[in-house]
Structure formats: structure tokens, C-alpha cells
Design a protein around this ligand. Sequence first.
Ligand code: EPU
Length: 420
Amino acid sequence: MDKIVVEGGARLVGQIPISGAKNAALPLLAAALLPSGASTYHNVPQLADVRTMAKLLGMLGWQVDDARRSLTIAPPAGKAKAKLEAPYELVKTMRASVLVLGPLVARYGRARVSLPGGCAIGARPIDQHLKGLAAMGAKVTLDHGYVDVECKRLRGATIVLDVPTVTGCENLIMAAALAKGRTVIENAAREPEVEELAVVLNKMGAKIQGAGTAVITIEGVDDLHPIEHAIIPDRIEAGTFAVAAAMTRGDVLLEGARPEHLDAVIAKLRAAGVTVAAEAGGLRVRGTGELTAVDLVTQPHPGFPTDMQAQFMVMACLAKGQTVIKEMIFENRYMHVPELGRMGADIRIDGRVAVVRGPVKLTGAKVMATDLRASASLVLAGLVASGKTEVLRVYHLDRGYEAIEKKLRAVGAKIKRAKQ
Ligand code: EPU
């Protein structure tokens, strides 16, 4: 197993290319189950989670031809039949495997998917996905840890989500794309990745309106055709490197980053005293002087993203004064806190609230986390800590950050990957 070793203290200067978005790529790969021919995606991030989704599509009978950044996904050839089951072994390694549910039921009338169960950051049920499919006429049964969903042809329905779930919305949009009649999803997730999925499905011939708003309307069609599409840049990867630039008082151009996907993050960076400017090639971030403590509350998009909470908490350790952070999306997303404490951070947690006192001088240590963004926050801490930080269990980072050590090294960080 690998670890990441960081020597703190370097100022980051230069350019970092932003990869394709993980959380856009995963539903887009699942959407390739819908058309009758082969679809190709470009700007596919080279990540463990993307490889897991490609493996799942392969197990279902699709041919996945990986030419690194471009990926072609073709339906089962000749007389080969689609296999309609996502097994526990895969779902347990990646919850987003549940994204095959909507497309399989829509196209084949049936799917069997292992229930994901809880995970490191919270319970994360899929009740809203299932409620929506049931409203579209599907028979949903649970047995032996699996959910079976059946319906010859889904029919349009009005679905009011209890929470604006991202993958839940994506599953229902894909299901509704081939349903009979009109589906309206209210209290829909407004994340850019949901919008991206609708753009791609519309390219395939779907009739989806309102993605990116709280009400999405889908007129079902009879079939969809294959497409070619380049995936949007990863806003969370960009946000993570923006924090790295800010913390090291660096000057970094995040190549390809889309400011319109990062409004809440940019607003908080600016409030903290960081200079952020949109440029033709992306987003320039300059850490200028003292950092100011800014409170934050995580919320569904367009609010501040939970996927940036851990990174901002590390930055708050360097800011003067008290920062109050409230995590409203996942009930257990503070796993980085005890590890940051071992590096000298002063953070107290009370339920969903974390109070950070700064500034502190972080010191390097051996640390590890059981969640992707928590692991990223430990790398950020290592960039400014005195001495050496070793971030263990790197496989979490590899799920969502493409070659993080290479990208950071290219802008001056003293960071490498080594055997654990
Ligand atoms: N929820 C329910 N019922 C459901 C679905 C969700 O109660 O049926 C709750 C969840 O427990 C949570 C809230 O709704 O409290 C929001 O969860 P959501 O379903 O939106 O999360 P998700 O779709 O499982 C995606 C991202 C996460 C990101 C969240 C929130 C993908 C593949 N994953 O997860 O990304 O944190 O949205 O924005 O898109 C990451 O990249 O590190 C990551 C965890």
C-alpha cells in the first residue's frame, strides 16, 4: 500500500490542470447503459472510482474500451445478454454503483442492486431513489441485502424529494428519460453534475428541462442514441488546490476550473482574504497575507459544498480567531478532526458543529483518514506543517484525486508517493 509524504513549507506557484469531474463521470458512465450503441466520453479522470464503475459496466455485459482519457462504452455484442445485477462486492467499495439502477430498469425493465449500507461519513440511505422509482410504477422489493426493482415500462410521475439527493436525482432522471409520459422531480438537487447529466442525456435525445434548478421536468422518449462528450472539470479538485494555494501564500492558476461552479467556495475564499480572479485559462488563486476566520455551513448546491468542508477546516487552523463550521449534509464527516489534532490543530466538535481556533503552528505527523476529502485535508495540512507528514491509506485519495502528488509537486510542493 502507498503513502504520501509531504515536507511542509513550500509556497505553491504555477499552474495545475484540473481533471474531469469524478461526480460527473460516474453518472455519465451509468448513462451509457441507456442508448442502443456505443458512447464515448473524453476528459475522463484517471481515478479508482471511475475504474470501479467501468468494471461494474463490464460485469453487466458492456464493453468498456479505455484509451486513458477517452472511454468508449458499448452495449453487449451480438446475442450476449445484459446482466442486470450490481453485486455487493462492488457496491460496498463504491456507493455510486447504485447509479446503474435507474438506467437498467428504464431500459431492461428490471435490476438487482446490492444495498450500499452505511459508510464512513454517514448512514446515506437510498430511500429517495426507491421512492421515486416506486412512484414511476416499479415494484421494489428488498431481500438478502439486495433491492430488486421491476417494471415493464416506467411511467411518468410527480416526485417530491424529501432531501435534494444528488445521486438519487441522477438515478431518477435516467429512469424517467425512457419512461412513458412526463416526470416532474421537485426539490431536485441543483449540483452542476446533475446539470451535466441532463446535458448528456439531452444530447442522446432525451427531453429534460430545468436541470440545475429545483424542479426538473422529463418527457420520456422511446429510445436514446449514442453520443460523444467531454466531461466538465472537477470543481472539488479545483477547490482543494485553491485552498492549497491560499494556505501556502502561493499563486496558482487552476487550469480549466469553472468559476460558475464554485461561487460559494470563491465567496468564502475571498472573505478569508484570498485573492481569486477568473482568467481566460481558468481561475487564479493568490494567498496574500493573514487569513481571516470565516464561518461556514455546508448545504446542497448552490450552498457551500460538504466536499470542501474538511479542506476549509485546515485553512481555518491558520486563520486568526474562531471559526464555526456546521456540517449539515453528512452526520459523521469530521474524521479528519482527531488526525488534525495530532498535528496541533485546536478543534472542538459538538454534534454537527466544529469550532476551530487559530492561528496554530501545525507540525508534521503520521496521519490517516477513512474518507476521500478527509484524506485531502491531511495533505493540505502537510503542505504547511513543519517537518514531515505521512498520509497513510492513500487509496482514499486515489478514489477522487488524479495524481495529486504530481500536480502539487509541479507547483513546488515537496511531496512524493512511497510504499507504506
Ligand atoms: N439521503 C437520504 N435518502 C436518500 C439519499 C440521500 O436521506 O435516498 C441523504 C443523505 O444521507 C445525505 C443527503 O441526503 O444526508 C445528501 O446525500 P446525497 O444523496 O446528495 O449524496 P450522494 O448522492 O450519495 C453525492 C456525491 C458526494 C457528495 C454528496 C453531497 C457522487 C457520486 N457523490 O453523494 O461526493 O458529498 O453528493 O454533495 O456524486 C465525494 O466526492 O467525496 C462525495 C462523497
